[in-house]
Design a protein around this ligand. Sequence first.
Ligand code: 5HY
Length: 243
Amino acid sequence: MHIRLINPNTTASMTAKIGEAALRVAAAGTRTSACNPLAGPVSIESHFDEAISAVGVLEEIRRGEKENIDAYIIACFGDPGLLAARELTRAPVIGIAEAAFHLATLISTRFSIVTTLGRTCIIAEHLLQSYGFAHHCRRVRAAEVPVLDLEDDGACALERIIEECRRARDEDGVGAIVLGCGGMADLTEQIRDAVGLPIVEGVTAAVKLAESLVGLGLRTSKHGDLAFPRPKQFTGRFDYLSA
Ligand code: 5HY
C-alpha cells in the first residue's frame, strides 16, 4: 500500500520531518511519501492560514489520484480541508488531530493537548467538538512556540513544550498528552522520556490507522455527503477545476 502524507504548509524541512516520522513506524510493505503544496502559508497559525492551506491540500489530493495512492494523511493539527478531501477520493483520508484523538481515548480516560500558539487552541477545541471527543479532553494548552521555531534548533521549542506537558501532567489529571502540531513528529520520544506519560503524536497515529483501514479494505464512502462533488464550472483562477 502507498500512503501519501500531505503537509499543508509549504515548509519543505517540516515535510521531510513528517515523512521521516511516517517511515519510522510504517509496516514492512507500506510505502510512504510526503509532499506539500507549492503555494500557501509557510506555517499555519490562524483560521486564515488554515483556509488558504486547504486549497493546497485539495490540489495535492487531485494530484495523488493520478498516482493510485491508497490512503492520504493531512499532516496539520487543524485537519484543514479534511471533509472536502474525502469527497475527492475513495481512498481513506485521515487528519492527524482526528487520528491522535482516537488513539488517545484508547489508552486514557482523559487527555490534554499541547499545541503551538494560544491563538490556535480554539481550532483544536472546535475539532474536539465536531469529532465528538470534547468530553475526553481536559484542556488544550499552548507552549507559545511559533510553528517555525520547531524548525530552528536554537529556539528552545522542545524545552518549552516539555514544560507545558509537565504542567498538563501535574495539573490536568490526565493519563495521556496529545502533541498539537505535525512539526512535533520527531519529538515524541524525548517528550515521553522527560514527562513520563504516554505521548500521542498525530502523524504516526495516522499512519497506523491508515494501514488498518487499507488492510481491512475500508475506503471513503461515496454514499451521502462524501460522494464526489457534482461536476460544475469554476471561474477565474479556479477554472482548472471545471468539469
Ligand atoms: C500544524 N500548523 O500542525 C499546525 C499546528 C498549529 O503549520 N502545522 C502547522 O499550530 O495549529
